[in-house]
Design a protein around this ligand. Structure first.
Ligand code: FE2
Length: 448
């Protein structure tokens, strides 16, 4: 799997163009698989008020690509200025999108293909220097990552869809011998470099690199599993307000929750619906489809807390032997299949104790891939933040309404899974592929 990283600064413009073309093509194949898997009726239908119809995502991908790459970078004439508004995510909420006069399935496919032809032409001719937007092909990288993010959103729509399975993928590898030995790892206090100024395709909210002091902390070596979560439920975790924040308890009462999304009880066992299949909840997989509030309540019940975003990133990137922050938990190399469960190769998280090749210097497993991990932190700008290329990318979302998630899921493309990548969502959201791990501050006696 290829991604564009700091080595891109040494590529010739031709090599860079070739790499971009590979990313564009690879990503489009996934978008096509997700939209060709269902018939036209299902493409235009809204499967949940939380999501757009799949056909909206598809044409929206094309519309963003047209606006940034064809019009802005390429300086070409607008193809469909008349539909800009329909596919502007800020103009229409997801719930309202089915009522819009959207392009139909055939029209949408044709539109994205026409845009893509023009983009290849622009890619072949546009200078990749002289303007920050095009340096190291940033605009192309932004659009590739945008499409990849919609591929994950579309995967979440598939998970919400009712009906027989239409997506198929092999199961992830099993846990490795000894990999299931779980505990906590200690990350000693001190400064580390958070964020990045070196990644050419990093988005504005990941920048700039800056030093952050983090006190000693312990973090779970593995994500919290379904078996762990069974115990929380059995202990009455969903019925005892003491484990929940006030906001979390109100949400719980209002939404009447008693288990992660897609779970149902059958006699003594928990079953889950996964992309149209009903199956027993596997005890050794990371729990997924829990909200921030559920994650926080579990952590309180376990006598722990959620890690801050800085703690998560330090556990994932900081190598005490060099004093440097790595690009990934395993080092600088782009993700390979042996490192992490990414890119929709598998349609479920891998059991805990898989991917020893992807362990961080801290000793923690599976920080990248499998499930997004909720952190305790609000989405906020780093010191020295500059909105680029537009305020609506990140800046308008900063504030206490959104919590940060880290690490990517089995549905996330490897190209967007740098250990600096930041995702954010409302603390009540459960349809995303999110789980968590816990952290805590060690008692003085534990540090001796
Ligand atoms: Fe979008």
């Amino acid at each position: 799997m290829s991604t564009i990283g700091p080595e891109a600064v040494d590529l010739s413009p031709e090599e860079l163009r070739d790499r971009v073309a590979v990313e564009l093509e690879r990503t489009r194949r996934r978008s096509a698989e997700l939209t060709d898997a269902v018939d036209d009726e299902e493409l235009v239908k809204q499967h949940s008020s939380l999501m757009s119809p799949l056909v909206w995502d598809l044409a929206h991908i094309g519309s963003q690509e047209e606006q940034w790459l064809v019009r802005d970078v390429g300086g070409r004439r607008a193809l469909r200025p008349d539909i800009d508004d329909l596919y502007d995510a800020f103009q229409h909420s997801r719930a309202d999108r089915p009522e819009l006069p959207l392009l139909g399935p055939d029209e949408s496919r044709q539109y994205v293909a026409t845009v893509r032809d023009k983009v290849y032409d622009v890619l072949g001719r546009a200078p990749l220097e002289g303007r920050r937007l095009v340096e190291h092909a940033f605009a192309f990288g932004m659009i590739v990552q945008h499409e990849q993010q919609h591929d994950e959103t579309m995967l979440a729509t598939h998970q919400l869809r009712r009906g027989s399975p239409v997506l198929h993928a092999p199961d992830p590898p099993g846990a490795e011998a000894g990999g299931e030995r779980r505990g906590e790892v200690l990350v000693p206090g001190g400064p580390f470099t958070m964020g990045t100024s070196a990644e050419p395709w990093a988005l504005d909210n990941e920048r700039p690199a800056h030093r952050v002091h983090v006190d000693d902390f312990l973090i779970d070596s593995h994500p919290v599993t379904n078996a762990d979560f069974f115990r929380f439920i059995d202990a009455g975790g969903y019925r005892q307000p003491c484990w929940w924040s006030e906001q979390g308890w109100q949400y719980l009462a209002h939404a009447e929750l008693s288990a992660p999304l897609f779970w149902q009880r059958s006699g003594d066992v928990w079953l889950r619906r996964r992309f149209g299949r009903l199956e027993p909840v596997p005890p050794d997989e990371p729990v997924v489809h829990v909200s921030f509030h559920e994650a926080q309540a579990y952590a309180n019940w376990a006598g722990k807390r959620l890690p801050s975003e800085a703690e998560w990133e330090k556990a994932a990137r900081f190598d005490p032997s060099t004093g440097r922050s790595q690009r990934y938990p395993w080092g600088e190399d782009p993700p390979e299949e042996r490192h992490a469960n990414l890119g929709q190769r598998h349609l479920r998280p891998a059991p805990v104790g898989t991917y020893s090749a992807g362990r961080a210097p801290s000793g923690a497993w599976q920080l990248i891939g499998d499930v997004w991990e909720w952190t305790a932190s609000d989405f906020a700008p780093y010191p020295g933040f500059e909105a680029f290329p537009y305020r609506e990318y990140s800046e308008v979302f900063f504030g206490p309404s959104y919590k940060v998630l880290r690490g990517g899921s089995f549905g996330t493309d490897p190209a967007a899974c740098r250990a600096t990548f930041r995702n954010w969502d409302f603390p009540v959201r459960r349809q995303i592929f999110a789980g968590f791990r816990c952290a805590r501050t060690p008692a003085a006696a534990e540090l001796d």
